[in-house]
Design a protein around this ligand. Structure first.
Ligand code: FAD
Ligand code: SF4
Ligand code: SF4
Length: 425
C-alpha cells in the first residue's frame, strides 16, 4: 500500500494536514473548515458521492500538507550559497520596527507585519490584506479576514498560537478589485503560491506574500490549558486572549465574562512559560515534519530577532525582516522610505544566531521522516529542502539517533498508525 495521500481526506487521516484552509477556498460549496478540539482546524466534505470524490482529489493541487517543491525556490544550479540552502532565498535582512507606536506596541515582535500591511493599503494601492484575527464572539478561535484600513489590521496584530486558516480567504483574493497582500504562516503561504499556480485569477491578484516565522500550531485544547493556567473558568465566555504583543515578547493574558456578565481580567503568564510549559507540547503532528519554519516561499518573512532577546516582558519590540524576492525588496524599501518602518540592515547569516533551533529542527525532520517511512507511515514530500545535509552537519550523532528513535516513541504514544479522527470543538 502506498502511503502518499491520493486526496485531502487521506491528507487529514494520515496526519499531514496543516489546517491552512486552501482546499475550502478552492471548493467553498463542497469543503468547509471546522475547529476541532485536539488537532487544529480541519477540512470536511459537505458534498457527497462523485462530487466529493472529485473535489477531494482536485484540492490536492493546492495542499501544502503533502509537501512543497523547494527546488523551485532556486535557479537551475540550486541555492546560491549555504545561507540560501539552509534558509531558502535570502536577498536582504533588516531589523527594526513599525514607526506607528501603537502598531509596534500591539505587534508580536516589532509590528513589522502590520506596518507592511498598513503601507500596502494606505500607499501601495492594495485593495486589501488577508490575515487572521481572534473571533470577537469567542477569542479562543481565529477567523480569516480581509482588512482595508488601520483599525481592521490592528485586529490581527500579535501572534495567535492557536489553529488559524488564512488560506480560507483565497477565494476573496480571486474576486478582489485590486492586488491583495496575503499574510500567513509558512505553510499558508506555500498554499497561496500553489493556488496562484493553479488559478490565474488568484495569481493576478496576489500582490505580495508575507510569512511569519512559525515553530508550530498548538491545538485548541492547548489554548484551553492556557486559559486554565490563567485562572479563567472552563465554561466562561472569553472576550480577549493575548498570546503575544503589548510589549515584546509580551505576556499571555485574557478577559472573560463572569456569571453576572462583568468583564474580568485573568492572571498573566510570561511568553516563556505559556509557550514552553503549556502550548508547545500540543503542536499538531504535521508541524514536527515541517522543514519551512521561516516562510521560504514568501516575498517577505518576519520573525523575532532572538539573538538580542528582550530583557523583560514588555520591551519595545523589534522584528527581523527577511527579503526573499525582488518584489519583496522593492516593497520593504518603499515602506521604509515612506516612513512606515524604522530599519537597520543586518548580515544575511544572522539567521543562524537569531533562530539557532531551526537549523537543528530542519536536520531532525530528515531523521523523523526516515523513521516514519521505515514504519510505513506517510510523510510530506519536500524535494530540495536541504534537510539531509542539515541532519549530517547540524546534528550530533546522538541527536541523529534520537531523531529516529524518538519518532518511533512518538508514533507509539500518539497512535499515529491510526487515522486522525478529530472531534469538533
Ligand atoms: C504558531 C506560531 C509560531 C511562531 N513561532 C515562531 C518562531 O519559531 N520564531 C519566531 O521568531 N517567531 C515565531 N512566531 C512569532 C511570529 O513569527 C511573529 O509574530 C512575527 O515576528 C511577526 O511579528 P510582527 O510584530 O511583525 O507581526 P504583527 O504586526 O504582530 O502581525 C502578525 C501577523 O501575523 C498574523 N498571524 C498571527 N497569528 C497567526 C496564525 N496563527 N496564523 C496565521 N497568521 C497569523 C496576523 O494576522 C498578523 O497579520 C510564531 C507565531 C505563531 C502564530
Ligand atoms: S493542508 Fe490545507 S489544503 Fe491540505 S487538506 Fe489541510 S486544510 Fe486542506
Ligand atoms: S510549523 Fe510548519 S506546518 Fe506547522 S503551522 Fe508552522 S509553518 Fe505550518
Amino acid at each position: 500500500m502506498t502511503t502518499t495521500p491520493k486526496d485531502i481526506t487521506q491528507v487529514v487521516s494520515r496526519h499531514l494536514c496543516t489546517g491552512c484552509g486552501a482546499c475550502a477556498a478552492l471548493f467553498p460549496d463542497a469543503i468547509r473548515m471546522t475547529d476541532t478540539q485536539d488537532v487544529a482546524r480541519r477540512p470536511s466534505l459537505t458534498a457527497t458521492g462523485e462530487v466529493a470524490r472529485l473535489v477531494a482529489k482536485e484540492a490536492l493541487a493546492v495542499c501544502p500538507g503533502v509537501g512543497a517543491d523547494h527546488r523551485a525556490l532556486h535557479g537551475p544550479k540550486g541555492p546560491a550559497d549555504e545561507i540560501d540552502r539552509d534558509w531558502g532565498p535570502v536577498m536582504e535582512i533588516w531589523e527594526g520596527y513599525a514607526a506607528d507606536a501603537e502598531v509596534r506596541f500591539r505587534g508580536s515582535s516589532g509590528g513589522a507585519a502590520t506596518a507592511l500591511s498598513l503601507f500596502a493599503v494606505e500607499k501601495a494601492g492594495f485593495s486589501g490584506v488577508t490575515h487572521v484575527a481572534a473571533d470577537p464572539a469567542d477569542a479562543r478561535l481565529n477567523r480569516a479576514v480581509i482588512s482595508r484600513d488601520r483599525a481592521g489590521l490592528l485586529r490581527g496584530a500579535g501572534s495567535r498560537y492557536a489553529p488559524a486558516s488564512p488560506a480560507e480567504r483565497l477565494d476573496s483574493v480571486a474576486a478582489a478589485s485590486g492586488p491583495v497582500l496575503f499574510t500567513g504562516k509558512p505553510c499558508d503561504v506555500a498554499a497561496a503560491k500553489a493556488a496562484a499556480r493553479r488559478d490565474r485569477r488568484i495569481d493576478n491578484k496576489l500582490g505580495l506574500t508575507l510569512a511569519i516565522f512559525c515553530a508550530g500550531t498548538p491545538s485548541l485544547s492547548a489554548t484551553g490549558d492556557l486559559l486554565s493556567r490563567l485562572g479563567v473558568p472552563a465554561s466562561a465566555p472569553v472576550r480577549k486572549l493575548v498570546y503575544r504583543g503589548e510589549g515584546w515578547p509580551g505576556e499571555m493574558k485574557a478577559q472573560w465574562l463572569d456569571a453576572k456578565g462583568a468583564l474580568r481580567d485573568s492572571k498573566r503568564v510570561s511568553y516563556g512559560e505559556g509557550w514552553g510549559k503549556v502550548l508547545q507540547a500540543k503542536r499538531q503532528w504535521r508541524c514536527h515534519l515541517c522543514v519551512d519554519h521561516t516562510g521560504e516561499f514568501a516575498d517577505i518573512s518576519v520573525g523575532d530577532p532572538w539573538h538580542e532577546p528582550p530583557k523583560g516582558a514588555r520591551e519595545k519590540g523589534r522584528s527581523l525582516i527577511v527579503v526573499r524576492s525582488e518584489r519583496g525588496r522593492r516593497f520593504v524599501a518603499e515602506a521604509r522610505r515612506q516612513g512606515y518602518l524604522v530599519l537597520e540592515p543586518r548580515e544575511r547569516g544572522i539567521l543562524y544566531r537569531a533562530q539557532p533551533n531551526l537549523m537543528t529542527t530542519r536536520g531532525a525532520v530528515w531523521g523523523r521522516k526516515l523513521a516514519l517511512r521505515l514504519a510505513g507511515l506517510a510523510v510530506p514530500r519536500t524535494p530540495g529542502d536541504g534537510a539531509a545535509f542539515a541532519w549530517l552537519s547540524a546534528l550530533t550523532a546522538r541527536q541523529r539517533l534520537q531523531s529516529v528513535l524518538g519518532t518511533w516513541k512518538r508514533v507509539a504514544r500518539r497512535g499515529l498508525w491510526r487515522a486522525e479522527r478529530a472531534g469538533e470543538a
